[in-house]
Design a protein around this ligand. Structure first.
Ligand code: ADP
Length: 246
């Protein structure tokens, strides 16, 4: 589904920042793949590269076998629809109702109005917010706003959902319900999910596979259960010990 090969990203500021170094990763259809690391490890940069918001300095990303560096800007626009992204802080349009927020990507797509209404109703049902359609984001809790962001990201029926720290601003109970929703979306809609997080609990309860990233490099990857049971790298051990034991 997504194959990353030898991906590097260098930011040229006053000094050179090697944000990603020789990253290789293979996400298969149906995976829920966690990418975990400390702050500054390179997680968000990796997510921006995977979602084509940022150009890698070198290396390749293949989506369903297509080398993304070889496609035209027009093709890239089409392929982007295969990917839904939920960002930290939700990025909702505060002046628009929940219905309008979810409809937004469909309007951009020039989807007929009747189809938009039907799809938005369906999405509201999936995320459990049918009764909030005419509310504004400011009238919702953090967890509900995240549900709106998830519905909006799913609007165009993407194959992949990329989630940047989806629960970092939420309390434990709300976190649990959002993780449950993501699990249902993966299981019932067959959407492949990539989750960027610094929270080990998220990886443990949601992701079958995990990659641990430190200072721009993947230091460990594999099945979550195996990595958690027998961590090889000091950063993984640190993440486990600071999360309250294994
Ligand atoms: P994380 O998401 O794991 O906290 P980031 O991907 O945001 O890490 O950052 C990785 C490294 O790249 C950090 O050292 C950060 O300062 C640097 N970085 C990120 N974005 C930029 C940018 N636009 N310009 C320069 N340096 C950046």
């Amino acid at each position: 589904m997504i194959r990353i090969e030898h991906l590097s990203k260098i930011y040229q500021t006053k000094t050179q920042v090697d944000a990603l170094k020789d990253i290789s990763l293979h996400v298969q259809p149906g995976d829920i793949y966690g990418i975990i690391g400390m702050s500054g490890a390179g997680k968000s940069t990796l997510l921006r590269c995977i979602s084509f918001l940022e150009q890698p300095t070198s290396g390749s990303i293949f989506l369903d076998g297509t080398d993304m560096s070889s496609v035209s800007p027009r093709q890239l626009q089409e392929i982007r629809k295969e990917m839904g992204v939920i960002f930290q802080g939700y990025n909702l349009l505060m002046q628009k109702t929940i219905r309008k927020n979810i409809a937004f990507p469909l309007e951009l797509n020039k989807t007929p109005k009747a189809d938009i209404d039907k799809r938005v109703d369906e999405l509201l049902r999936i995320v459990g917010l049918s009764d909030k359609a005419d509310f504004y984001p400011a009238q919702l809790s953090g967890g509900q706003r995240q549900r709106v962001a998830i519905a909006r990201a799913l609007a165009t029926n993407p194959k992949v959902l990329l989630c940047d720290e989806p629960t970092s601003a939420l309390d434990p109970l709300t976190t649990r319900s959002i993780l449950e929703l993501l699990r249902d979306i993966n299981r019932n809609l067959g959407v492949t999910i990539i989750v960027i997080t610094h929270e080990l609990g998220v990886v443990r309860s949601l992701c079958q596979k995990v990659a641990v990233i430190d200072q721009g490099s993947i230091v460990e990857q594999g099945l979550t259960a195996q990595v958690m049971d027998a961590p090889q790298n000091d950063i993984t051990k640190l993440l486990i010990s600071t999360a309250g034991g294994r």
